[in-house]
Design a protein around this ligand. Structure first.
Ligand SMILES: *Cc1c(COP(=O)(O)O)cnc(C)c1O
Length: 227
């Protein structure tokens, strides 16, 4: 991609605004998470200069190095990748959000290891709506029990759901996955969980996800370029 990070962010914001408008949603109702995995701390600095504050990372050690190097900026860091047990302490100490909770054991460790001087870790449960075998995420069947258990952990605050649809052949198929995620989200809210975050939509399916109620889109390639 030849365009600059600044141009890309402006374009993504305009696309988000247009998608909100055609869905009849308020322009500020969707938050942009810039996925900076594999990109340098300098690239994050450039994005921050354009007013971007939320950044998503997949690889824990790489992320911790970046978070440490960028301590001088008021950034919000989101872990969006799979978390192994031996990495929970780093995640609990360095991140603000985790989108990829899919097992109670990991959530319990994060809650135990969240430092007392930091606010509760903000978390979403990753749900595997379309049954894709290659990715993580809890099944829709197991979601309600996991959500209640995570919501009860003292040092975590359950905010919502995250989903990664399989690449779909048609727009309608993709939207069906988004809609199922939205329905699961609504069911949990109806059970009394005060959720406000539906993390869905990436560079390729942002508009469809916004049409189906996403409140946070995770965009890497369209901002930083091809990895
Ligand atoms: C890499 C990644 C993204 C960003 O994907 P792009 O196609 O580069 O926008 C979003 N969500 C998750 C979970 C990712 O791992």
């Amino acid at each position: 991609m030849n365009t600059s990070i600044a141009d890309n962010i402006a374009r993504v914001r305009a696309q988000m605004a247009a998608a909100c408008q055609s869905a009849g949603r308020a322009p500020g109702s969707v938050r942009l998470l810039a996925v900076s995995k594999t990109w340098s701390a300098d690239a994050v600095r450039t994005a921050h200069a354009e007013g971007q504050t939320d950044f998503g990372e997949n690889y824990i050690q790489e992320a911790v190095d970046k978070i440490t190097a960028l301590r001088d900026l008021p950034l919000v860091w989101h872990c969006i990748g799979p978390i192994q047990s031996n990495k929970t302490r780093l995640v609990a100490e360095h991140f603000d959000w985790v989108h990829s909770i899919d097992r109670l054991k990991i959530a319990q460790r994060l809650s135990e290891q969240r430092p007392a001087h930091r606010p509760p870790l903000q978390v979403c449960i990753q749900v595997n709506v379309d049954g894709g075998e290659t990715k993580s995420g809890v099944s829709p069947q197991d979601l309600p029990a996991l959500a209640q258990a995570v919501a009860a952990l003292p040092r975590l605050q359950l905010r919502g759901l995250m989903t990664i649809p399989e690449p779909a052949e048609t727009d309608a198929q993709m939207r069906a996955v988004h809609r199922q995620a939205k329905d699961l989200f609504a069911q949990l809210r109806a059970q009394g969980l005060p959720l406000d975050t539906l993390s869905m939509g990436m560079s390729a399916d942002m508009a469809a996800a916004i049409a189906e109620g996403s409140t946070m889109v995770r965009v890497g390639t369209a901002i930083f370029g091809k990895r």
